[in-house]
Design a protein around this ligand. Structure first.
Ligand SMILES: NC(=O)c1ccc[n+]([C@@H]2O[C@H](COP(=O)([O-])OP(=O)(O)OC[C@H]3O[C@@H](n4cnc5c(N)ncnc54)[C@H](OP(=O)(O)O)[C@@H]3O)[C@@H](O)[C@H]2O)c1
Length: 333
């Protein structure tokens, strides 16, 4: 089969290449999927640049990519949830990445039936951003009536999170550039702060939850606008102090995490609000929940741009520019 492989860490142009490799062989509990579409996420180019090599030790060359939709070709002897011909979608685990390829074999517990009402392209756009948001909101017990600030409402995460927060009954404020104000309002945002016209730190605070997708100063500053007893969920800030334990890391990593997160924890203590950071986990069961929301019309996938399979390097470069409105998807079949 054809697959994009990563053959070293560094620039996309130097290390991402299209190769002919052996078809994956499904294990006992796996399903073999013929991929129709795969979506890109910032973690893909971060992996290419080697930003995650301390936490995910990959043997290169290898295929990569997390999100896909497609059709089940065959199943392992102990896989019972799917049969050949089923339309599915999936987010691979960090250990099993490889969706920028014509086929992938994955444990059936990671896989779910594709939402019936949408195309393969749209389905591929959902898994990673959807699972991240469901898991983040569950960690802080997000509930109706709360006020949330979602940073970067026009991005892959933001476009899903605005719709999901509204579905749960939260009041949504989001940040974006002024060109995307109407776009994020159309997704359901109650209040929009255009960052090129208004400083969000001077636009009121008292949020129950701040969903920080931007990292850097945005993570520490989230504690200036979250209310006492509230929560900051960060996807791009420093790991939280429980991260090393969850990853089973040794004392050196624990010490590094403690050091990297010291400013965030000082701000969190001063504000009396909690800090949470996590790596998204794959889950077929949560993808079933997302499919139900999509089929009921509560969530609509948002596609910024589709690229042909052979154009993965260009698609990664496009996403990395940081201006995508929704998701960037690769047409594989
Ligand atoms: N920890 C985890 O497991 C996990 C999981 C998922 C994602 N993440 C991380 O979360 C981050 C966001 O992911 P994503 O998929 O949403 O990225 P993305 O789709 O590439 O985000 C692009 C969007 O960011 C907006 N943006 C850029 N700068 C902004 C600013 N200063 N204020 C407001 N909006 C801004 C842009 O809108 P404008 O053009 O209007 O500025 C654009 O629409 C990434 O760093 C990713 O790696 C982490």
């Amino acid at each position: 089969m054809r697959a994009f492989v990563l053959d070293g860490y560094g620039a996309t142009a130097d290390h991402v290449r299209l190769a002919e490799i052996a078809d994956p062989a499904p294990g006992l509990e796996d399903v073999l999927i013929e991929i129709h579409a795969a979506s890109l996420n910032p973690i893909d180019f971060k992996i290419v640049h080697g930003d995650l090599k301390r936490v995910s030790k990959y043997r290169l060359p290898r295929p990569f990519g997390f999100d896909a939709s497609g059709i089940v070709l065959s199943t392992g002897a102990r896989a019972i949830r799917f049969k050949p011909g089923d339309a599915v979608y999936v987010r691979a685990s960090r250990e099993t990445i490889g969706t920028f390829a014509e086929k992938i074999a994955l444990p059936e517990k990671l896989v779910a039936p594709k939402p019936a009402a949408i195309s393969y392209t749209e389905a591929a756009a959902l898994p990673l951003v959807g699972l991240t948001t469901l898991q983040g909101f569950a960690r802080v017990k997000a509930r109706a009536g709360q006020r949330i600030l979602i940073h970067a409402g026009a991005g892959g995460i933001g476009t899903f999170a605005i719709q999901y927060a509204r579905h749960l009954g939260l009041h949504v404020t989001t940040t974006t550039s002024s060109k995307n104000v109407d776009f994020v309002k159309s997704l359901g945002a109650d209040r929009v702060i255009a960052y090129d016209r208004e400083n969000y730190l001077e636009a009121g605070g008292g949020y129950d939850i701040v969903y920080d997708t931007l990292g850097g100063a945005f993570t520490v500053d989230a504690f200036k606008i979250v209310k006492r007893g509230g929560a900051v969920i960060s996807l791009s800030g420093p790991p939280d102090r429980d991260f090393a334990r969850r990853e089973g890391a040794g004392w050196l990593v624990r010490a590094a995490v403690w050091f990297m997160s010291r400013k965030v924890y000082a701000a969190s203590a001063e504000a009396g609000a909690s800090y949470c950071w996590f790596f998204t986990e794959p889950s077929g069961d949560q993808l079933r929940e997302i499919a139900e929301l999509v089929d009921r019309g509560a969530i609509k996938p948002v596609i910024d741009r589709e690229f042909a399979f052979e154009q993965l390097p260009a698609a990664l470069t496009y996403l990395e520019a940081g201006r995508a409105r929704g998701k960037v998807v690769l047409r594989v079949k």
